[in-house]
Design a protein around this ligand. Structure first.
Ligand SMILES: Nc1ncnc2c1ncn2[C@@H]1O[C@H](COP(=O)(O)OP(=O)(O)O)[C@@H](O)[C@H]1O
Ligand SMILES: [Mg+2]
Length: 249
C-alpha cells in the first residue's frame, strides 16, 4: 500500500449515462469528466439522481446505456477491478454500533488480515488524526458520538485503503451549519494532503461553493450547468439561480 503522500488521484469519465427504474428515467444521458486530483461537486435538489449516479461509480448500479471509466478503464460487468482504490462515504455513515471507533476504522484491514494488530492500531490513529479525532476517541462506541464525529469516523474508515478516488454522498446532511463547515474544511484538507480525486454529491450549496474546484448542477437527471464556482454562480439557467437563492432544495 502506498503512503498517503504517494497517492495519485485518478480521473473519472462518464459518457451518455442513462438509467431508468420501472420505466421512469432517472439519469438521462450524463456526460462529465472528473479530473485527477480535483474536488468535483455534483450539486442538485433532492431526487435529481445524485445518489444513483454515485452508485454507478462504485458498480452498485449498472447503466442502461453509456460508459463509465475510472482511472482510464471502463467499469466492466464484474464491476470495478482491483487496479484502483476507491472509497465511498455513505450518507448514513454506516458505522457498526457494536464496534468501537478504532474497530470500525480498522475493520477492513483486520478482516482481510492485511496487517498485524499493532500496525493496524497505528494506521487507525493516523487516519483518525487526519479528521481531527484523537486516541481518546478510539475506544468510544458510535452511540457516544455526535453526528459530526460519526461522519469523521466514517471518513477515517474510508481513508484506511488510501483511496485514489473518494466519493462522498451528502457529507453534511443532518449536521448543524457550524459542524457542516468543519466537515467541508476537512474534505478540502484531505484532498490537498492525499491528492485523491474527490467527488462530493450534495444539495448543500455552501459546501459545493466552499470546497469544489468545479461544480455540476444536476436537475431531473440532466446536467444543466458545469463549471467553476464562479461560472456556476453567474450561469443563466433560471432553476439553477432559484436553487442558489434557496428557493427550493
Ligand atoms: N432502486 C431504486 N428503485 C426505484 N427508484 C429509485 C431507486 N433509486 C433511486 N430511485 C429514484 O430515483 C430518483 C433519484 O434518486 P436519488 O439518486 O436518490 O436522488 P438524490 O439526488 O436525492 O440523491 C428518485 O426519484 C428515486 O425515487
Ligand atoms: Mg441522495
Amino acid at each position: 500500500m502506498a503512503s498517503a503522500a504517494n497517492t495519485t488521484g485518478i480521473p473519472v469519465t462518464v459518457r451518455g449515462l442513462r438509467k431508468s427504474f420501472g420505466g421512469e428515467p432517472v439519469l438521462k444521458g450524463l456526460d462529465l469528466e472528473v479530473r485527477a486530483g480535483e474536488i468535483f461537486a455534483l450539486m442538485g435538489p433532492s431526487g435529481s439522481g445524485k445518489s444513483v449516479f454515485l452508485r454507478h461509480l462504485i458498480g452498485l448500479e449498472k447503466p442502461d446505456d453509456g460508459e463509465i471509466q475510472v482511472g482510464g478503464e471502463a467499469i466492466s460487468n464484474e464491476g470495478i477491478g482491483d487496479r484502483f482504490r476507491l472509497a465511498m462515504v455513505f450518507q448514513s455513515g454506516g458505522l457498526l454500533n457494536s464496534l468501537t471507533v478504532a474497530e470500525n476504522v480498522g475493520l477492513y484491514l483486520a478482516e482481510h488480515r492485511l496487517k498485524p494488530a499493532t500496525e493496524i492500531e497505528r494506521i487507525v490513529l493516523e487516519k483518525l488524526a487526519l479528521v481531527e479525532l484523537g486516541p481518546e476517541d478510539a475506544g468510544k462506541y458510535p452511540s457516544e458520538l455526535s453526528g459530526g464525529m460519526k461522519k469523521r469516523v466514517a471518513i477515517a474508515r474510508a481513508l484506511v485503503i488510501e483511496p485514489q478516488l473518494i466519493l462522498f454522498d451528502e457529507p453534511t446532511s443532518e449536521l448543524d451549519p457550524l459542524v457542516a463547515l468543519t466537515i467541508g474544511r476537512e474534505i478540502l484538507n484531505l484532498n490537498q494532503r492525499t491528492g485523491a480525486t474527490t467527488v462530493v454529491v450534495t444539495h448543500d450549496r455552501d459546501l459545493a461553493f466552499g470546497i469544489a474546484d468545479r461544480i455540476a448542477f444536476l436537475l431531473e437527471g440532466e446536467i444543466v450547468a458545469l463549471g467553476t464556482p464562479e461560472e456556476i454562480r453567474s450561469h443563466s439557467h433560471p432553476l439553477l439561480q432559484r436553487f442558489l437563492k434557496a428557493e427550493f432544495r
